[in-house]
Write a protein that binds this ligand. Structure first.
Ligand code: CUA
Length: 330
C-alpha cells in the first residue's frame, strides 16, 4: 500500500519537475515563466493532501502491528509445558543458559517441540536483537533492560536465528540455530549437558587439556576443569575468572566449552563443527578443509576479524591437541 502511494506521488512530483526543466530551460530568446508569490489554495492543497496520505499509512501500519502483535504467553499445561532460557547477546555470539537445569551452551538453542519457550533476553555490552524468522519475530536485547519473549515450535527441525540489530564489526556473523527435538531427546540432552566433562584418556587429548588450562581457561570455562559447576547465581559468577559480580549470568568472556564436542556450530554460529571424521590434522591442508575448529584456532582473526579470540599463534601440534581434547567433550 505504501509502495503504491509512494509511486503515485513520485511520478507526479518528478513529472512536474522534468516538465519544468524542459519547458523553462535556458535557451536564446526564451521568455521567463510567469513570476508570482503566494497561492493560498495551492498551499492548502499541498498541506492537506500529504496529511491525509499519512493518516492512510497510519491506518495500515496500526492494522499491521495489531496483526503481528504476539498473544499473551500461555500458562504451562500438560499438552504444552514451558521451559525457560536466558539468551545472552555477546559480541558476537549467543550464549544460552537454562536457569532451571543449570546448563549453559552456545550457538545452538535446543528446545523441545510443542513447548512454550520463555526467553529472557540479556546483554551487558550493546544492543542486539534476537530473531528466528521461522519461529518468532525480533525482540531487542538491551543492556540494563529486561526484555522477554516466548515462542512455540510446532515441528521438530533446525531453524536459523540471527542478530537483527547492528552491534559492531561482526554483527552479520552473530548467528545461531534453534534445534527443536522431541521431549525425550531434550531430556536426555539436558542430562548429558549437566554432567561434568570426563577427563580425556587419549594422550593427544590429554596434552590438549593441559594446553586448555594454560592458554584458554582465563576466557573459557569447562565444568570439572576450571569451573565447579554451571553458574547460576551471582556468587558463582564472582568466583569465575573474568567474573562480573552484577547478578547476571554472564561470567566468562568466551563460550563455556563443557560439551563443545556435542555442538553443531562454532565461532558464533558461522562454522559447522565438523571434525574430518575425528581425523583433524592441521599439517594436512586437505583435511583442514573439513576441520573448522582447527581452521578457527589457527587464524581466528582471519575467519572472523575483530573477535575476542586473541590467542597468539599456536603450532600445528598444539592445534591438533586442542582439537582432540575439545571435540572429545561430548
Ligand atoms: Cu548482535 Cu548484531
Amino acid at each position: 500500500m505504501i509502495l503504491i502511494i509512494s509511486v503515485i506521488i513520485f511520478v507526479l512530483v518528478e513529472g512536474i519537475l522534468i516538465f519544468s526543466i524542459i519547458r523553462y530551460r535556458e535557451r536564446p530568446g526564451a521568455p521567463n515563466p510567469f513570476q508570482n508569490h503566494g497561492n493560498l489554495k495551492l498551499e492548502l492543497v499541498w498541506t492537506v493532501i500529504p496529511t491525509l496520505v499519512l493518516f492512510v499509512i497510519l491506518f495500515f501500519t496500526i492494522r499491521g502491528l495489531l496483526y503481528v502483535a504476539p498473544e499473551n504467553e500461555p500458562a504451562a499445561s500438560a499438552s504444552q509445558p514451558k521451559i525457560e532460557v536466558t539468551a545472552i547477546g555477546h559480541q558476537w555470539w549467543w550464549e544460552f543458559y537454562y536457569p532451571n537445569y543449570h546448563v549453559t551452551t552456545a550457538d545452538t538453542l535446543e528446545v523441545p517441540v510443542n513447548t512454550t519457550v520463555h526467553v529472557n533476553l540479556f546483554s551487558n555490552n550493546v544492543i542486539h536483537s534476537f530473531w528466528v524468522p521461522a519461529l518468532t519475530g525480533k525482540t531487542d536485547v538491551v543492556p540494563g533492560h529486561n526484555n522477554t519473549k516466548w515462542f512455540v515450535a510446532e515441528k521438530a527441525g533446525t531453524y536459523t536465528g540471527i542478530c537483527a540489530e547492528y552491534c559492531g564489526t561482526q554483527h552479520a556473523n552473530m548467528r545461531f540455530n534453534v534445534k527443536v527435538v522431541n521431549n525425550n531427546d531434550f531430556q536426555s540432552w539436558v542430562s548429558t549437558q549437566q554432567q561434568a566433562a570426563a577427563a580425556p584418556t587419549d594422550p593427544l587429548a590429554q596434552k590438549g587439556a593441559a594446553l586448555f588450562k594454560n592458554q584458554c581457561s582465563s576466557c573459557h570455562g569447562i565444568v570439572g576443569v576450571n569451573l565447579k559447576q554451571f553458574y547460576n547465581t551471582a556468587q558463582e559468577c564472582t568466583d569465575l575468572p573474568g567474573g562480573k559480580a552484577n547478578g547476571t549470568p554472564e561470567c566468562l568472556i568466551g563460550p563455556n566449552l563443557t560439551h563443545f564436542g556435542s555442538r553443531n556450530l562454532l565461532a558464533g554460529g558461522v562454522l559447522d563443527n565438523n571434525t574430518a571424521n575425528g581425523n583433524c590434522d592441521p599439517n594436512n591442508p586437505n583435511l583442514m578443509q573439513q576441520c573448522n575448529l582447527a581452521k578457527w584456532l589457527k587464524d581466528p582473526q582471519g575467519v572472523k576479524p575483530g573477535n575476542d579470540m586473541n590467542i597468539g599463534e599456536l603450532t600445528n601440534d598444539q592445534i591438533q591437541q586442542l582439537v582432540a581434547y575439545l571435540e572429545g567433550l561430548k
